[in-house]
Design a protein around this ligand. Structure first.
Ligand SMILES: *[C@@H]1O[C@H](CO)[C@@H](O)[C@H](O)[C@H]1NC(C)=O
Ligand SMILES: *[C@@H]1O[C@H](CO)[C@@H](O)[C@H](O)[C@H]1NC(C)=O
Ligand SMILES: *[C@@H]1O[C@H](CO)[C@@H](O)[C@H](O)[C@H]1NC(C)=O
Ligand SMILES: *[C@@H]1O[C@H](CO)[C@@H](O)[C@H](O)[C@H]1NC(C)=O
Ligand SMILES: *[C@@H]1O[C@H](CO)[C@@H](O)[C@H](O)[C@H]1NC(C)=O
Ligand SMILES: *[C@@H]1O[C@H](CO)[C@@H](O)[C@H](O)[C@H]1NC(C)=O
Ligand SMILES: *[C@@H]1O[C@H](CO)[C@@H](O)[C@H](O)[C@H]1NC(C)=O
Ligand SMILES: *[C@@H]1O[C@H](CO)[C@@H](O)[C@H](O)[C@H]1NC(C)=O
Ligand SMILES: *[C@@H]1O[C@H](CO)[C@@H](O)[C@H](O)[C@H]1NC(C)=O
Ligand SMILES: *[C@@H]1O[C@H](CO)[C@@H](O)[C@H](O)[C@H]1NC(C)=O
Length: 380
């Protein structure tokens, strides 16, 4: 994870005893999740990037313990035990191997286990290596751990003193034959309330009822360090003016906002007229500046995906969640704090992802993106 943000999207994970072998349905398989904003922590959202995607598990194995975990494409270890004690079952095996993962703000230390992880009826992973936290920091009370959907390479070195990779949840879904192609597709929508169950993760394929037009694919970037993550090359234009030439960065469900390199960000702020608002850490604009906003265009794999003016502002009904004033208009673009050309120049976070359908395709080492019915909707 990028240090400026806290991973706050969560998903309910059930670790359960599976009495009979799980019935595997046709690949792909889908689970739902929700987006949650914490109203009691004003000011937290910007510094720690706090929207949450929470999966609600309606049907589960029994006995099972449910854990709310962050859906995170920016890290790769799956673990539980924060704010909710881990309950071992007959399938739990304590390897006694210490595990330690830091996320910039926060992290956890504990022991690595093997266990059966259940994401839904048709997503049961046997013998998944998971961390069980004994000490953690930086997570809200409602977060019990992380579902790590990032590249497996990020797990190397997280077992203390061991330089080996730990197969991820998607690695095991593939190796256990639950899915045929190793990929995760992400669908969710812009929301104006603090909790909304409108997200969907599809493992092993895409859900054609969730996007419009064709999916554009682009190869994962070669540029280090974005190449360690779900990294891509893209260009960014404000209206027709290019503000960021082809550059590498990442796509991350664990980050709330969109971040651009400092030079591109400065151009954007100069053009929009945004002014730093100390209370929220975001840049605010006036109603007339909002009326004059142009589209912020992201060129990915040869296709342009635009954030409309409405998609460039924080939902006004949620301003209080930021510690902001209810009648203000806040831009959702932030400054990466590094100049373009650093090899990790931007983050396309949740406010970007909620406008598009996205595909994280390990098998073909590519990222996919398509428009949805919400790409240009006026919700904020
Ligand atoms: C969402 O908002 C409602 C009403 O303001 C509040 O009761 C609830 O606790 C909030 N939920 C979270 C997770 O902050
Ligand atoms: C909301 O944020 C406050 C302040 O950071 C924290 O004490 C509380 O536990 C959070 N609530 C949830 C449901 O995470
Ligand atoms: C796993 O084993 C380690 C080493 O013996 C121990 O410290 C830890 O408490 C165990 N974890 C759990 C959850 O039992
Ligand atoms: C679980 O996986 C580990 C590592 O691949 C292996 O050593 C162990 O035998 C497996 N356990 C079971 C029950 O399959
Ligand atoms: C985990 O252990 C490392 C090394 O001892 C330490 O630096 C880090 O602060 C610990 N993390 C937490 C969350 O306590
Ligand atoms: C893990 O990292 C170590 C140290 O950087 C490296 O030597 C090793 O090749 C890596 N292992 C894998 C499987 O990439
Ligand atoms: C988009 O909206 C149209 C009209 O309401 C509907 O027929 C279609 O199924 C929707 N498509 C998606 C991908 O949501
Ligand atoms: C999608 O791709 C197909 C095949 O390349 C093409 O015929 C079709 O026009 C494309 N549709 C859109 C909406 O771009
Ligand atoms: C991405 O950009 C880098 C730096 O400009 C370039 O070396 C690389 O070939 C581009 N394409 C990919 C797929 O990494
Ligand atoms: C933004 O505006 C300031 C003040 O007018 C100017 O000094 C700076 O060069 C501009 N930056 C960009 C990237 O346009």
């Amino acid at each position: 994870m990028f240090p400026k943000t806290i991973l706050i999207s969560n998903l309910v994970l059930a670790l359960s005893v599976v009495a009979t072998p799980a019935t595997i349905r046709d690949s792909p398989v889908t689970v739902s999740f929700a987006k949650q904003v914490n109203i009691s922590g004003p000011g937290h959202i910007v510094q720690q990037d706090q929207a949450r995607l929470k999966h609600l598990l309606s049907k589960a194995g029994s006995p099972a313990t449910y854990y709310d975990v962050i859906v995170d494409t920016g890290s790769s270890n799956t673990w539980v035990g924060a704010n909710k004690a881990f309950v071992p079952t007959s399938t739990s095996v304590n390897t006694t191997q210490p595990i330690s993962v830091g996320y910039g703000s926060g992290g956890f230390n504990g022991s690595e286990f093997y266990d059966t992880v259940t994401l839904s009826d048709s997503l049961v992973i046997k013998n998944q290596s998971i961390g069980v936290a004994s000490i953690w920091g930086g997570f809200e009370d409602s977060v019990n751990g992380i579902l790590g959907l990032g590249p497996v390479g990020l797990t190397n070195g997280t077992l203390v003193g061991v330089y080996e990779e730990i197969p991820t949840v998607t690695d095991n879904l593939k190796s256990q034959g639950t899915i045929t192609g190793q990929s995760v597709s992400v669908s969710f929508q812009p929301t104006t309330t603090n909790t909304s169950i409108n997200g969907e993760l599809t493992f092993g394929g895409t859900s054609s009822d969730k996007f419009t037009g064709n999916i554009t694919y682009t190869p994962l970037t070669d540029s280090f360090p974005a190449s360690e993550y779900w990294g891509i090359n893209q260009t960014v234009s404000y209206g027709t003016t290019e503000i960021m030439a082809s550059d590498a960065g990442i796509v991350d469900t664990g980050t709330t906002l969109v971040y651009l390199p400092s030079d591109a960000f400065e151009s954007y702020i100069n053009s929009t007229g945004g002014v730093l608002d100390d209370a929220t850490g975001l840049y605010s604009i006036t109603p007339s500046q909002y009326a004059a906003l142009d589209t912020l265009n992201f060129n990915i794999g040869g296709t342009t995906f635009g954030l409309t003016p409405n998609a460039q502002i924080w939902p006004r009904s949620l301003n209080s969640f930021l510690g902001g004033s209810t009648d203000a208009i806040y831009l959702i673009v932030g400054n990466m704090g590094v100049p373009s050309g650093s090899g990790f120049d931007f983050i396309n976070g949740q406010v970007f992802l909620e406008r598009f359908y996205t595909v994280f395709d390990t098998t073909n080492q590519r990222f996919g993106i398509a428009t949805t019915n919400y790409t240009t909707s006026t919700t904020n």
